[in-house]
Design a protein around this ligand. Structure first.
Ligand code: SF4
Ligand code: SF4
Length: 139
């Protein structure tokens, strides 16, 4: 029964939700993910300030962000709603959906990664060994 439920969960996540990772763990409220943010839109990760300015007109979340750096992935933002002393979100109860759902595996597609010591983990649903064996069988 336990194995059946495990397989059912795997089927649901991979075939229905089309996910590659299970999210486990919980938030430790360190605030690190609000200090290093990449922004992605239809054409990819935002690399120029003028692209970002246009995006700010589309959703209030983008108005919370300020540019703090630029690296090989794109512009790096920090959220103005983060309290630097407490590391807590100043609008926690009304924070946007994107913050409520964080972290999602789309993070990897944007060249991002979980912050060091983040309380969450994104664990592959199909272990690397299993993927490797399938590929080897095909060849
Ligand atoms: S709104 Fe709050 S949770 Fe969302 S990025 Fe800003 S500080 Fe973080
Ligand atoms: S980095 Fe992880 S543990 Fe820290 S606030 Fe963000 S989600 Fe929570």
């Amino acid at each position: 029964m336990k194995n059946f439920l495990k397989e059912l969960k795997k089927f649901f996540y991979t075939k229905i939700l089309r996910r590659k990772y299970y999210r486990t763990g919980s938030c430790k409220c360190c605030g690190k993910c609000c200090k290093k943010i990449y922004v992605k839109h239809a054409k990819g990760v935002i690399k120029e300030e003028k692209e970002f300015k246009k995006l700010q007109l589309l959703h209030p979340f983008y108005t919370y962000l300020e540019i703090i750096d630029k690296d090989e992935t794109g512009l790096v933002f920090k959220c103005k709603n983060l309290d630097d002393e407490t590391h807590k979100c100043k609008i926690h109860k009304s924070r946007p959906g994107i913050c409520r759902r964080y972290p999602q595996e789309e993070l990897f597609k944007m060249g991002g990664e979980l912050a060091e010591d983040c309380g969450y983990k994104l664990e592959p649903i199909i272990p690397f060994k299993e993927v490797f064996e399938k590929v080897m069988k095909k060849h």
